[in-house]
Design a protein. Structure first.
Length: 240
């Protein structure tokens, strides 16, 4: 591959290819990369595994007619504009990004197509895979973030939607190392972006370990415990 793509751009392209949402020239480009660039092929395989794990952590739900009509309108170009929603008193609102749901709906099919085509099974070296994943949901079951936990107890948090964090406030990420323990802070977010956190000072992660995100003052909770509203929460599940 000539001129390596920036890491985040490559990861996004690999994710969209794994979910089957690419079309036209972009799809052809991704197919060439899978065939010619082993690193990109490994990224696609990694996303396929993540999607499979995500499927096992969320309850299946059928999209209603209104949602599919909104998706169709967005595909027709009726609404191509992304907007950041204002944060109400207790939770942030999702950005108007119906294409995300189309990608999720097609994820299982895309993974099956990748397996059938054998596009990535010939790759000898595989990247590190998370041992556990947790999909953090809002009270209305909207996915807000994906937590990935690795063998070295490094944690990657990936936002699953766009949201605005108010000035002078932060999102604080917490976990319960055991069901009997108090919440422990593992990181702060001042903007919606992927971040790496660390659990090295805590017991080894386990299946069903609880994670949550709360809204706190700038600098984090002044008490060392959650003080603001819980925005997203979920439990970890083993990936294999």
């Amino acid at each position: 591959m000539s001129g390596r793509m920036e890491s985040e751009e490559q990861d996004l392209l690999a994710a969209e290819f794994a979910m089957g949402t690419l079309e036209g020239d972009v799809l052809e480009r991704a197919e060439r990369l899978v065939a010619e660039d082993p690193a990109f092929a490994r990224d696609v395989e990694a996303w396929r595994r993540r999607l499979g794990a995500l499927d096992r952590t969320a309850d299946p739900e059928t999209a209603d007619d209104a949602l599919w009509k909104r998706i169709e309108r967005s595909l027709d170009g009726a609404d191509d504009t992304r907007t950041e929603a204002a944060l109400p008193s207790h939770a942030p609102q999702a950005a108007a990004n119906q294409n995300f749901w189309k990608r999720c709906a097609m994820g299982g099919l895309a993974a099956s197509m990748l397996l059938t085509a054998g596009l990535v099974t010939a790759v000898a070296t595989r990247p590190a895979e998370p041992l556990f994943v947790a999909v953090l949901l809002a009270d209305d079951r909207r996915p807000g973030a994906l937590i990935q936990i690795y063998e070295d107890q490094e944690v990657k948090l990936v936002p699953l939607q766009e949201f605005a964090i108010p000035p002078e406030q932060v999102f604080q990420v917490w976990t319960l190392p055991t069901p009997q323990s108090a919440p422990v802070s593992i990181g702060l977010l001042s903007q919606a972006r992927s971040v790496r956190l660390n659990l090295s000072d805590l017991p080894s992660p386990a299946s069903n370990q609880f994670f949550e995100i709360t809204l706190e003052p700038a600098g984090g909770s002044p008490t060392g415990r959650p003080t603001g509203p819980i925005l997203y929460k979920g439990n970890a599940a083993e990936t294999f």
